[in-house]
Design a protein around this ligand. Structure first.
Ligand SMILES: Nc1ncnc2c1ncn2[C@@H]1O[C@H](COP(=O)(O)OP(=O)(O)OP(=O)(O)O)[C@@H](O)[C@H]1O
Length: 666
């Protein structure tokens, strides 16, 4: 026995104290949010804002160069989602643009009749057939546009659902250590939050872009038919309007960036004020006032930003109209000159006015939508690149399936370092676990117990130098998913699945609908979940989530029992219990360990218990003591007590604590 403090009978000095890192005294005033200056400055470099405002910074040339590639990419997505609908969108859109051009030509014919010689009633009567043709073309265009909308409505949700399902499928399967990588998380969040959101919109925007472009081309064609000299005139009229539209669109994007950044910050506060998870702590800390104050401050800034945007938009629109007006004035002057010179009949001149106006509105739309498409396509590209990256981070799908039962698992000189860390979490671990054995991993916080358990389960892979073998076969040669299906993991903070009590068990076998009733009851009995479920209205069918109407809430300890039941229900050849009982009351904890350690349901199961309460592991066949990523002691409880090392010190410390409390109580 090592030195003890005689006064209390409690040993001191045996358990190494945690290392202390120097931390300076914090400032008396908590650093505020970005109160002064531009509130968005702190967010400008936020990982999710990387493409915000890109359209306002790109030159017109850059936008134009990139657009065809974007359209091709979206076209490919649409093509793979629904070929018929994609073809329909393209064909109907082209036909609709043709109807616009024909309608314009027919309008010119109407004007020609109206401006012809003769009494007015005769001219009007003569114009009626042409007028009916105009109505016919416009009606056809309306029908075709409706067709485009229907085809678009068919293809857009398919693209969205396809991308979303693929995104979740890929991210939910990436290797576990990838999920620990903060950069990957940032990218995943961005792809989910932005990429998927804009992918939903971009098809419609590309269709609008095509419609505006075709409209512009159509009106140019009409003008060329009326008189070739009208084409340069068109340029004269659209260039100033285009320049004004570019300026307005950019200003809008700049403003959107600022406004959007503010909105996101506000959402953080709204979420904290609303969320159930934060509710109890918020009230006990009486923190609502402080959060509300911050929320109010930000929303006031948003209101100011809204007003600023409104005013500046009005100014810019006015400036844009002035520039466009000059262009239109010059156009009309040139048109007048052509009429006076007799280059053009009066009816064609009036038709040209109609065509120029149509072209100007098509161009304004084109500029607007090009900016949107340019920026949103970056997010879609980002999403697609992220998905590609996830494909490279998937676990092995090839290799032999893991065996149904396992006779022996060996760890041979296994080391593991988490991504982004310098020091290994495990350093040269070797052990052999046999079927039917129940072992425990103990040791101070951060000593590597959980990491080792996860390597055993094939959730992490050992570095090159070492190997984890199941019955002599390196797990790196096995299909990863089949390996995970052979391991039940019960963790300290189990997932609280918002499903029925029964589905909370069956999910460990990969199903929410099919249950083995007998197995479920046995698992619930052994884990102590039986009483929990029996006490719920609806018992097995009770919905375990307060987020849904009629849902039930469980305490942390009750959830722990459900989690243990889930692990037992899986009935896998390997059972890992990583401190699952920390939130249980002592009686429940004792019952769980008794059930697991004396379990006779599966005599070939390898059971690994991780626990800080050493009384729970006394009955294990072997105990491994971890320290700094290495195993420092191994043996049965008695052997380790006789060794009088680290384990004996920790055990005596805990036991003395209980004895002291019992003494005080007596
Ligand atoms: N996901 C992770 N990413 C990076 N480092 C990690 C991660 N998980 C654990 N670590 C680090 O690896 C080391 C071993 O951690 P591990 O969780 O295996 O210890 P443990 O013995 O199970 O601790 P505890 O008793 O606190 O559960 C620690 O230094 C820890 O900081």
């Amino acid at each position: 026995m090592k030195d003890t403090n005689d006064a209390g009978g409690i040993p001191t000095g045996e358990v190494p104290a945690p290392r202390r890192a120097g931390l300076p005294l914090p400032p008396a005033a908590v650093p505020p949010g970005p109160q002064d200056g531009d509130i968005t400055e702190g967010l400008a470099e936020a990982y999710w804002s990387v493409y915000d405002g890109a359209a306002s910074q790109a030159s017109v040339g850059q936008i134009l160069v990139r657009l065809p590639r974007i359209v091709r990419r979206i076209g490919r997505l649409a093509w793979s989602a629904d070929r018929t609908a994609t073809v329909a969108v393209v064909v109907l859109q082209l036909a609709s643009a043709a109807m616009t051009a024909f309608g314009l030509m027919a309008s010119v014919a109407v004007l020609r009749e109206l401006f012809a010689e003769g009494p007015t009633p005769d001219r009007v009567r003569a114009a009626v057939p042409q007028l009916l043709v105009v109505v016919g073309f416009l009606s056809a265009r309306a029908l075709l546009e409706a067709g485009v909308a229907v085809a678009q409505a068919r293809v857009t949700p398919k693209i969205r659902t396809g991308l979303e399902c693929e995104f979740l499928e890929l991210t939910a399967h990436v290797r576990l250590e990838v999920v620990d990588d903060a950069d990957w998380h940032d990218e995943a969040y961005r792809a989910n939050d932005r990429g998927l959101f804009y992918a939903r919109q971009i098809v419609g925007q590309v269709v609008s872009l095509a419609a505006a472009l075709l409209g512009l081309v159509g009106t140019a064609g009409v003008l060329a038919v009326l008189h070739p000299a009208l084409l340069p005139l068109l340029l004269l009229s659209v260039l100033p309007v285009g320049a004004a539209a570019v300026r307005t669109a950019r200003a809008r994007f700049h403003s959107f960036k600022r406004w959007n950044a503010l909105q996101r910050r506000v959402r953080v506060f709204s979420w904290l004020l609303l969320e159930r998870d934060a509710a109890a702590e918020l009230r006990s800390d009486t923190a609502q006032g402080a959060l509300l104050e911050e929320h109010r401050r930000l929303t006031t800034r948003i209101a100011a930003e809204d007003t600023r945007l409104g005013v500046s938009s009005a100014g810019l629109t006015l400036a844009g109209r002035a520039v466009g007006g000059i262009g239109t004035g010059v156009t009309y002057a040139a048109l007048g000159a052509m009429l006076i010179a007799g280059w053009l009949p009066l009816a064609s001149g009036a038709g040209a006015v109609l065509a120029v106006q149509a072209a100007q509105s098509s161009l304004t739309r084109l500029v607007d939508v090009s900016h949107l498409v340019y920026e949103h396509a970056m997010w879609v590209d980002d999403l697609l690149a992220f998905q590609q990256r996830c494909r490279e981070l998937q676990p092995r799908r090839a290799g032999a399936p893991a065996p149904e039962t396992v006779g022996m698992i060996t760890l041979d000189n296994v080391s593991f370092t988490y991504p982004g860390k310098d020091t290994p979490a495990l350093n040269g671990i070797s052990m052999t676990l046999r079927a039917g054995e129940k072992v425990a991993f103990v040791g101070v916080n951060g000593s590597g117990k959980s990491t080792c358990a996860r390597l055993l389960a094939g959730l992490y892979e050992a570095e090159e130098s070492g190997a984890v073998r199941w019955d002599g076969v390196d797990v790196r040669e096995m299909d990863a998913e089949s390996l995970q299906a052979r391991v039940s993991c019960v963790l300290q903070d189990p997932v609280r699945f918002p499903f029925s009590a029964l589905a909370n068990l069956t999910i460990s076998r990969g199903t929410l609908t099919e249950a083995d009733p007998q197995r479920a009851l046995v698992a619930a009995r052994a884990s102590g979940a039986e009483q929990v479920i029996a006490g719920l209205p609806g018992t097995w069918g009770a919905l375990l989530s307060k987020r849904f109407r009629g849902g039930q809430e469980l305490s942390a300890g009750q959830w722990a029992k459900i989690a243990v039941a889930r692990g037992l229900y899986k009935n896998a050849p390997v059972l890992l219990l990583d401190e699952p009982t920390a939130s249980m009351d002592p009686r429940a904890e004792h019952a769980v360990y008794q059930a697991v350690l004396r379990d006779t349901r599966r005599s070939d199961q390898i059971t690994v218990l991780i626990s800080h309460r050493l009384a729970s592991v006394v009955e294990c066949d072997r105990i491994f003591v971890f320290e700094g990523g290495r195993i420092t002691e191994t043996g049965t409880h008695q052997e380790l007590m006789d060794l009088d090392g680290e384990y004996a010190a920790m055990f005596t410390l805990q036991a003395a604590g209980y004895r002291a409390e019992a003494g005080e109580a007596a």
